[in-house]
Ligand binder design. Structure first.
Ligand code: S3P
Length: 424
């Protein structure tokens, strides 16, 4: 990656990863044929589709240029898979799909790659077993051996803020007998709730509590997946690095449980406006326009740390170029993502010559620093590879990102798209 002088242009993003997973899973459980347009092109969402195929769900890619898929719903009962469900690198696939598999009348194994095999699963195993499933893990990590059963509704307080766990339990609750009540410690992304409603389910939400009645039938939908705001974060942070930058992103997801990024970027100095606000299947979308400015500083802590968990790598990567630096607290979940992201960020920033203080639950990165290009590691983590390609734009000299092909996990066309926006 060579340094750049400016960022200018317009970019359309692949469909949001969180929404794509949920639409695919719900389409599988619905009655009728769903058509999903702008389905995420990332390998993670392909892992969800591959697992669904092994579970007897028929789907096909209709139009590769626009990422259109059609999914023929099976209704609530899926078929016993003849092999393990390989969830690849995808925490969303294994955690959310386990809520569906746990309610089936068969046993199966859920596996993943090396990174996924290190990620904590007791957060879904404990409540699903309390609902009547029998799931065993290897020391709390994949592979999971799932013996499905008829589940009973549960009233459960989720100990860690996790939308994957919430959605897992909503899916299990949908297929269970009776009512399921889930309380979360703080409000996480609500795509599970929004998507369930789009497919015709009724849910009741009050503050941080959501209730779902089991046995509801879903009906197929036709939907376009809004552009992924977590992928947009890389281009927006690139724009934030250059005072003369100009960036337009149409059809971008504007769900308030995800849009905290826009507040932080505004606080950092980026000038943002949103037009053509619309709603698609309950999800707000809009056209975003961003213009560069000074890059000030920010602190990300408390509920913001959870709301920005996927965007912290790139915010941290641009922090040395800000005036006042960026401090991240209360983000120990970063350590159990696709890599230990606190350690990955700190290691790469240091390799590029930055000063950074690594803490158990975050990082403190002073501003006003000069970085030099270097050979850095992706640690097999898509968001780390993409984040440091953005830092490289303002570094002195070239940067080599080892293992950058992991970008395909969420955004296969990321590096080529970024090039189209750069002025050198
Ligand atoms: C996601 C929730 C978050 C996020 C992940 C996607 C989702 O994970 O980091 O990329 O789609 O629900 P947690 O639920 O572990 O916080």
């Amino acid at each position: 990656m060579r340094p750049a002088r400016n960022v200018r242009g317009a970019v359309s993003l692949p469909g949001d990863k969180s929404i794509s997973h949920r639409y695919a899973m719900l389409a599988a459980l619905a009655e009728g044929k769903s058509r999903l347009e702008n389905y995420s092109s990332g390998a993670d969402c392909a892992s969800t589709l591959a697992c669904l195929r092994l579970l007897g769900v028929k789907w096909e890619r209709i139009d590769d240029a626009h990422n259109v898929i059609e999914v023929r719903g099976n209704g609530p009962s899926l078929a016993a898979p003849e092999q393990s469900l390989d969830c690849g690198n995808s925490g969303s696939t294994i955690r959310m799909l386990s809520g569906i598999v746990a309610a089936q009348n068969f046993s199966c194994e859920m596996t993943g790659d090396k990174s996924l095999s290190r990620r904590p699963m007791e957060r879904i195993v404990t409540p699903l077993n309390a609902m009547g499933a029998k799931i065993t893990s290897r020391n709390g990590c994949p592979p999971l051996r799932v013996t499905g059963s008829s589940l009973r509704g549960i009233h459960y307080r989720i100990p860690v803020a996790s939308a994957q766990v919430k959605t897992c339990l909503l899916l299990a609750g949908l297929l269970a007998e009776g009512e399921t009540i889930i309380e979360e410690p703080l409000r996480t992304r609500d795509h599970g709730e929004v998507a369930l409603r789009a497919f015709g389910a009724e849910l009741d939400r009050q503050k941080n509590q959501v209730r779902i009645r089991g046995g509801q039938r879903l009906r197929a939908i036709v939907a376009g997946v809004p552009g992924d705001i977590s992928s947009a974060a890389f281009f927006l942070c690139a724009a934030a690095l250059f005072p003369d930058s100009q960036l337009t992103i149409p059809n971008l997801l504007m769900n308030p449980t995800r849009a905290r990024l826009l507040d932080i970027l505004s606080q950092l100095g980026l000038r943002i406006s949103v037009t053509q606000l619309d709603e698609v299947q309950g999800e707000p979308v809009g056209t975003l326009q961003a213009q560069g400015n000074r890059l000030k500083g920010a602190t990300i802590a408390g509920a913001d740390a959870a709301a920005l968990i996927d965007e912290i790598p790139v915010l941290a990567a641009i922090a040395p170029f800000s005036e006042e630096g960026i401090e991240v607290r209360d983000a120990k979940e970063l350590r159990v993502k696709e890599s230990d992201r606190v350690a990955s960020i700190a290691a790469n920033l240091r390799t590029m010559g930055a000063q950074v203080e690594e803490r158990q639950d975050g990082l403190k990165i002073p501003g006003g620093q000069t970085l030099h290009g270097a050979e850095i590691e992706s640690f097999g983590d898509h968001r780390i590879a993409m984040a440091f390609s953005i830092a490289a734009l303002r570094a002195q000299g070239e940067t080599l990102i080892r293992g950058s092909e992991c970008g395909r996990i969420s955004y296969p066309a990321f590096f080529s798209t970024l090039e189209t926006l750069l002025e050198r």
